[in-house]
Design a protein around this ligand. Structure first.
Ligand SMILES: C[S@@+](CC[C@H](N)C(=O)[O-])C[C@H]1O[C@@H](n2cnc3c(N)ncnc32)[C@H](O)[C@@H]1O
Length: 290
Protein backbone atom coordinates (compact mmCIF):
# COMPACT_ATOMS: atom_id res chain seq x y z
CA UNK A 1 0.00 0.00 0.00
CA UNK A 2 1.41 3.42 -0.99
CA UNK A 3 0.77 4.94 2.44
CA UNK A 4 3.21 2.53 4.10
CA UNK A 5 6.09 3.94 2.02
CA UNK A 6 5.60 7.45 3.39
CA UNK A 7 7.69 7.79 6.56
CA UNK A 8 6.14 9.44 9.58
CA UNK A 9 7.46 12.99 10.01
CA UNK A 10 8.23 12.21 13.64
CA UNK A 11 10.52 9.36 12.53
CA UNK A 12 12.54 11.74 10.31
CA UNK A 13 15.47 13.70 11.71
CA UNK A 14 14.39 17.36 12.06
CA UNK A 15 16.74 18.40 9.20
CA UNK A 16 15.04 15.90 6.85
CA UNK A 17 11.60 17.43 7.37
CA UNK A 18 10.59 20.26 5.03
CA UNK A 19 9.84 22.48 8.03
CA UNK A 20 11.17 23.68 11.34
CA UNK A 21 9.39 24.70 14.51
CA UNK A 22 10.34 28.20 15.62
CA UNK A 23 8.92 31.39 17.06
CA UNK A 24 6.44 33.37 14.97
CA UNK A 25 6.74 37.18 14.85
CA UNK A 26 3.96 37.27 17.47
CA UNK A 27 6.03 35.18 19.85
CA UNK A 28 4.38 31.80 20.07
CA UNK A 29 5.69 28.81 18.09
CA UNK A 30 4.73 27.77 14.57
CA UNK A 31 5.99 25.63 11.67
CA UNK A 32 7.92 27.25 8.81
CA UNK A 33 9.06 25.86 5.45
CA UNK A 34 12.83 25.29 5.37
CA UNK A 35 12.83 24.83 1.59
CA UNK A 36 10.42 25.52 -1.28
CA UNK A 37 7.52 23.06 -1.05
CA UNK A 38 5.68 22.32 -4.32
CA UNK A 39 1.89 22.16 -4.33
CA UNK A 40 0.59 18.68 -3.47
CA UNK A 41 3.62 17.69 -1.35
CA UNK A 42 2.93 15.59 1.74
CA UNK A 43 4.23 17.98 4.40
CA UNK A 44 3.26 16.27 7.63
CA UNK A 45 2.47 12.61 8.22
CA UNK A 46 2.11 11.59 11.84
CA UNK A 47 0.52 9.34 14.40
CA UNK A 48 -1.03 10.61 17.61
CA UNK A 49 0.72 10.12 20.93
CA UNK A 50 -2.72 9.04 22.16
CA UNK A 51 -6.38 9.56 21.36
CA UNK A 52 -9.39 10.21 23.56
CA UNK A 53 -12.85 9.11 22.58
CA UNK A 54 -15.20 11.76 24.01
CA UNK A 55 -18.40 9.64 24.19
CA UNK A 56 -16.46 6.74 25.75
CA UNK A 57 -14.94 9.10 28.33
CA UNK A 58 -18.39 10.51 29.13
CA UNK A 59 -19.69 6.97 29.59
CA UNK A 60 -16.76 6.00 31.84
CA UNK A 61 -17.29 9.15 33.88
CA UNK A 62 -21.00 8.46 34.38
CA UNK A 63 -20.09 4.92 35.36
CA UNK A 64 -17.53 6.17 37.86
CA UNK A 65 -20.05 8.68 39.26
CA UNK A 66 -22.57 5.90 39.72
CA UNK A 67 -19.93 3.98 41.68
CA UNK A 68 -19.92 1.13 39.16
CA UNK A 69 -17.49 -1.63 39.92
CA UNK A 70 -16.90 -5.12 38.67
CA UNK A 71 -17.64 -6.27 35.14
CA UNK A 72 -15.28 -5.89 32.23
CA UNK A 73 -12.67 -3.14 32.52
CA UNK A 74 -13.13 -0.58 29.71
CA UNK A 75 -10.19 -0.48 27.37
CA UNK A 76 -9.39 3.20 27.30
CA UNK A 77 -8.55 5.59 30.05
CA UNK A 78 -9.59 3.85 33.28
CA UNK A 79 -7.10 5.27 35.68
CA UNK A 80 -5.73 3.79 38.88
CA UNK A 81 -6.36 6.96 40.86
CA UNK A 82 -8.38 5.24 43.59
CA UNK A 83 -6.06 6.63 46.24
CA UNK A 84 -7.03 10.20 45.20
CA UNK A 85 -10.73 9.54 45.64
CA UNK A 86 -13.40 10.05 42.98
CA UNK A 87 -12.89 12.68 40.27
CA UNK A 88 -14.35 16.08 41.21
CA UNK A 89 -15.87 16.63 37.79
CA UNK A 90 -15.51 15.55 34.16
CA UNK A 91 -12.45 17.76 33.53
CA UNK A 92 -10.70 16.28 36.56
CA UNK A 93 -11.65 12.80 35.31
CA UNK A 94 -10.17 13.52 31.85
CA UNK A 95 -7.07 15.08 33.39
CA UNK A 96 -6.41 11.94 35.43
CA UNK A 97 -6.97 9.67 32.44
CA UNK A 98 -4.57 11.69 30.31
CA UNK A 99 -1.95 11.49 33.07
CA UNK A 100 -2.44 7.72 33.24
CA UNK A 101 -2.01 7.40 29.45
CA UNK A 102 1.11 9.59 29.65
CA UNK A 103 2.63 7.36 32.31
CA UNK A 104 3.00 4.66 29.62
CA UNK A 105 4.92 7.00 27.27
CA UNK A 106 8.65 7.67 27.13
CA UNK A 107 10.22 10.41 29.22
CA UNK A 108 10.86 12.43 26.02
CA UNK A 109 7.24 12.10 24.87
CA UNK A 110 6.02 13.18 28.29
CA UNK A 111 8.38 16.16 28.28
CA UNK A 112 7.23 17.14 24.75
CA UNK A 113 3.61 16.91 25.87
CA UNK A 114 4.10 19.10 28.96
CA UNK A 115 5.96 21.64 26.79
CA UNK A 116 3.00 22.20 24.44
CA UNK A 117 0.95 25.39 24.38
CA UNK A 118 -1.69 25.77 27.07
CA UNK A 119 -4.26 28.50 26.51
CA UNK A 120 -6.87 27.02 28.86
CA UNK A 121 -5.85 28.02 32.42
CA UNK A 122 -9.46 27.32 33.47
CA UNK A 123 -8.82 23.57 33.11
CA UNK A 124 -6.55 21.11 34.96
CA UNK A 125 -3.15 21.15 33.25
CA UNK A 126 -3.12 17.88 31.25
CA UNK A 127 -6.71 18.40 30.15
CA UNK A 128 -5.87 22.05 29.26
CA UNK A 129 -2.99 20.97 27.00
CA UNK A 130 -5.24 18.42 25.36
CA UNK A 131 -7.99 21.05 24.86
CA UNK A 132 -5.51 23.54 23.36
CA UNK A 133 -3.91 21.10 20.93
CA UNK A 134 -6.01 18.02 20.18
CA UNK A 135 -7.18 17.50 16.62
CA UNK A 136 -10.19 15.46 15.59
CA UNK A 137 -9.23 12.13 14.06
CA UNK A 138 -12.61 10.55 13.33
CA UNK A 139 -16.04 11.05 14.83
CA UNK A 140 -15.66 12.50 18.30
CA UNK A 141 -12.16 11.17 18.85
CA UNK A 142 -9.47 13.74 19.62
CA UNK A 143 -5.87 12.96 18.68
CA UNK A 144 -2.91 14.37 20.56
CA UNK A 145 -0.17 14.91 17.94
CA UNK A 146 3.15 16.26 19.17
CA UNK A 147 4.31 17.82 15.87
CA UNK A 148 0.95 18.88 14.45
CA UNK A 149 0.32 20.67 17.75
CA UNK A 150 2.87 23.29 16.69
CA UNK A 151 1.04 24.20 13.46
CA UNK A 152 -1.04 27.37 13.76
CA UNK A 153 -4.38 28.15 12.19
CA UNK A 154 -4.92 30.44 9.24
CA UNK A 155 -8.09 31.44 7.43
CA UNK A 156 -5.88 31.43 4.28
CA UNK A 157 -3.97 28.23 5.04
CA UNK A 158 -0.99 26.86 3.15
CA UNK A 159 -1.85 23.25 4.08
CA UNK A 160 -4.92 21.05 3.80
CA UNK A 161 -6.85 20.10 6.90
CA UNK A 162 -5.51 16.93 8.56
CA UNK A 163 -6.77 13.86 6.70
CA UNK A 164 -7.12 10.88 9.03
CA UNK A 165 -6.38 7.42 7.66
CA UNK A 166 -7.93 4.83 10.01
CA UNK A 167 -6.04 1.93 8.41
CA UNK A 168 -2.63 3.35 9.34
CA UNK A 169 -3.84 5.37 12.36
CA UNK A 170 -2.07 8.43 10.98
CA UNK A 171 -2.95 11.86 9.65
CA UNK A 172 -1.59 13.72 6.63
CA UNK A 173 -1.40 17.37 5.63
CA UNK A 174 -0.52 18.43 2.06
CA UNK A 175 0.68 21.70 0.52
CA UNK A 176 -2.32 23.48 -1.03
CA UNK A 177 -0.11 25.62 -3.27
CA UNK A 178 3.59 26.18 -3.92
CA UNK A 179 5.06 27.37 -0.62
CA UNK A 180 8.22 29.48 -0.47
CA UNK A 181 11.07 28.84 1.95
CA UNK A 182 10.36 30.72 5.18
CA UNK A 183 6.55 30.81 4.77
CA UNK A 184 4.49 29.67 7.71
CA UNK A 185 2.79 26.28 7.38
CA UNK A 186 -0.78 26.58 8.57
CA UNK A 187 -4.10 24.83 8.29
CA UNK A 188 -7.56 26.10 9.06
CA UNK A 189 -8.91 25.08 12.47
CA UNK A 190 -12.34 26.40 11.45
CA UNK A 191 -14.79 24.12 9.77
CA UNK A 192 -15.06 24.77 6.02
CA UNK A 193 -18.65 25.94 6.42
CA UNK A 194 -17.13 29.19 7.68
CA UNK A 195 -14.83 29.72 4.73
CA UNK A 196 -16.97 32.39 3.00
CA UNK A 197 -17.65 34.47 6.10
CA UNK A 198 -16.14 37.93 6.50
CA UNK A 199 -13.32 38.81 8.88
CA UNK A 200 -15.52 39.81 11.85
CA UNK A 201 -17.63 36.66 11.68
CA UNK A 202 -14.50 34.48 11.42
CA UNK A 203 -12.79 36.18 14.33
CA UNK A 204 -15.96 35.82 16.46
CA UNK A 205 -16.18 32.15 15.58
CA UNK A 206 -12.50 31.54 16.41
CA UNK A 207 -12.99 33.26 19.76
CA UNK A 208 -16.14 31.25 20.49
CA UNK A 209 -14.79 27.83 19.47
CA UNK A 210 -11.05 28.07 20.13
CA UNK A 211 -10.87 30.90 22.67
CA UNK A 212 -8.20 32.98 20.92
CA UNK A 213 -8.05 36.07 18.73
CA UNK A 214 -7.14 34.97 15.22
CA UNK A 215 -3.98 36.80 14.08
CA UNK A 216 -3.61 35.00 10.75
CA UNK A 217 -2.66 36.92 7.59
CA UNK A 218 -6.36 37.19 6.65
CA UNK A 219 -7.62 38.35 10.06
CA UNK A 220 -4.82 39.94 12.04
CA UNK A 221 -4.75 43.72 12.43
CA UNK A 222 -2.46 45.46 9.94
CA UNK A 223 -2.06 42.40 7.71
CA UNK A 224 -4.01 43.97 4.80
CA UNK A 225 -4.48 47.50 3.49
CA UNK A 226 -8.01 48.95 3.67
CA UNK A 227 -8.38 48.41 -0.08
CA UNK A 228 -7.32 44.77 0.17
CA UNK A 229 -9.69 44.23 3.09
CA UNK A 230 -12.61 45.76 1.13
CA UNK A 231 -11.80 43.62 -1.92
CA UNK A 232 -11.63 40.50 0.26
CA UNK A 233 -14.96 41.24 1.97
CA UNK A 234 -16.55 41.87 -1.44
CA UNK A 235 -15.30 38.52 -2.79
CA UNK A 236 -16.58 36.68 0.28
CA UNK A 237 -19.99 38.35 -0.02
CA UNK A 238 -20.13 37.35 -3.69
CA UNK A 239 -19.21 33.80 -2.74
CA UNK A 240 -21.99 33.63 -0.14
CA UNK A 241 -24.52 34.90 -2.70
CA UNK A 242 -23.32 32.47 -5.38
CA UNK A 243 -23.57 29.62 -2.87
CA UNK A 244 -27.19 30.59 -2.14
CA UNK A 245 -27.93 30.66 -5.88
CA UNK A 246 -26.34 27.22 -6.30
CA UNK A 247 -28.93 25.81 -3.91
CA UNK A 248 -31.68 26.97 -6.35
CA UNK A 249 -30.07 25.62 -9.55
CA UNK A 250 -31.10 22.02 -9.04
CA UNK A 251 -33.22 21.36 -12.16
CA UNK A 252 -32.49 18.55 -14.64
CA UNK A 253 -32.47 20.58 -17.91
CA UNK A 254 -29.33 21.40 -19.94
CA UNK A 255 -29.88 25.06 -19.10
CA UNK A 256 -29.91 24.32 -15.37
CA UNK A 257 -26.75 22.27 -15.76
CA UNK A 258 -25.01 25.08 -17.64
CA UNK A 259 -26.11 27.56 -14.97
CA UNK A 260 -24.66 25.29 -12.26
CA UNK A 261 -21.39 24.95 -14.16
CA UNK A 262 -21.13 28.72 -14.61
CA UNK A 263 -21.74 29.29 -10.89
CA UNK A 264 -19.19 26.65 -9.89
CA UNK A 265 -16.58 28.12 -12.23
CA UNK A 266 -17.17 31.63 -10.86
CA UNK A 267 -17.01 30.38 -7.25
CA UNK A 268 -13.78 28.45 -7.91
CA UNK A 269 -12.14 31.52 -9.48
CA UNK A 270 -13.22 33.80 -6.61
CA UNK A 271 -12.04 31.25 -4.02
CA UNK A 272 -8.64 31.07 -5.66
CA UNK A 273 -8.36 34.89 -5.74
CA UNK A 274 -9.25 34.90 -2.05
CA UNK A 275 -6.53 32.35 -1.24
CA UNK A 276 -9.04 29.61 -0.42
CA UNK A 277 -7.06 26.99 -2.32
CA UNK A 278 -8.63 23.89 -0.84
CA UNK A 279 -12.13 25.22 -1.55
CA UNK A 280 -11.16 26.17 -5.11
CA UNK A 281 -9.78 22.68 -5.74
CA UNK A 282 -12.93 21.10 -4.33
CA UNK A 283 -15.19 23.28 -6.47
CA UNK A 284 -13.14 22.48 -9.57
CA UNK A 285 -13.49 18.75 -8.89
CA UNK A 286 -17.27 19.18 -8.60
CA UNK A 287 -17.22 21.23 -11.82
CA UNK A 288 -15.46 18.41 -13.70
CA UNK A 289 -18.27 16.05 -12.72
CA UNK A 290 -21.16 18.52 -13.13
C1 LIG B 1 -2.18 23.90 18.48
S1 LIG B 1 -1.44 25.32 19.17
C2 LIG B 1 -0.46 25.89 17.84
C3 LIG B 1 1.00 26.10 18.24
C4 LIG B 1 1.24 27.16 19.27
N1 LIG B 1 1.27 28.47 18.64
C5 LIG B 1 2.52 26.96 20.07
O1 LIG B 1 3.20 27.93 20.38
O2 LIG B 1 2.81 25.81 20.42
C6 LIG B 1 -2.85 26.34 19.19
C7 LIG B 1 -2.64 27.66 19.87
O3 LIG B 1 -1.77 28.49 19.07
C8 LIG B 1 -2.30 29.81 18.99
N2 LIG B 1 -2.75 30.07 17.62
C9 LIG B 1 -2.87 29.17 16.60
N3 LIG B 1 -3.29 29.77 15.49
C10 LIG B 1 -3.48 31.07 15.78
C11 LIG B 1 -3.93 32.20 15.05
N4 LIG B 1 -4.31 32.12 13.77
N5 LIG B 1 -4.01 33.39 15.69
C12 LIG B 1 -3.65 33.50 16.99
N6 LIG B 1 -3.22 32.47 17.75
C13 LIG B 1 -3.12 31.26 17.15
C14 LIG B 1 -3.45 29.87 19.96
O4 LIG B 1 -2.97 30.28 21.21
C15 LIG B 1 -3.93 28.43 20.01
O5 LIG B 1 -4.61 28.13 21.20
Amino acid sequence: MAAAAEPLSSSLAPQDRPFEIRATPIGYLGAFATRPIPRGTLVLHDQPLFTLDAPLQAYLFSRAQAGASGGPTPVEGESDDDDKGPAKDFDDFLDRNIRTVLSFKTAQQRADFWDLANTRPDLPQAQAIFATNAVQTSGEIGGMFLLLSRFNSSCRPTLSRPAWDPSSGSTRLYALRDIAEGEELTWTYLNVTFEFEGVDARRDEMRRVFEFECCCPACGPGTMSDDERRASEKRLLQLRRLKERMACEVGPSDEDREARRALLGRMAALSREEGLWETADRLERVLEEA
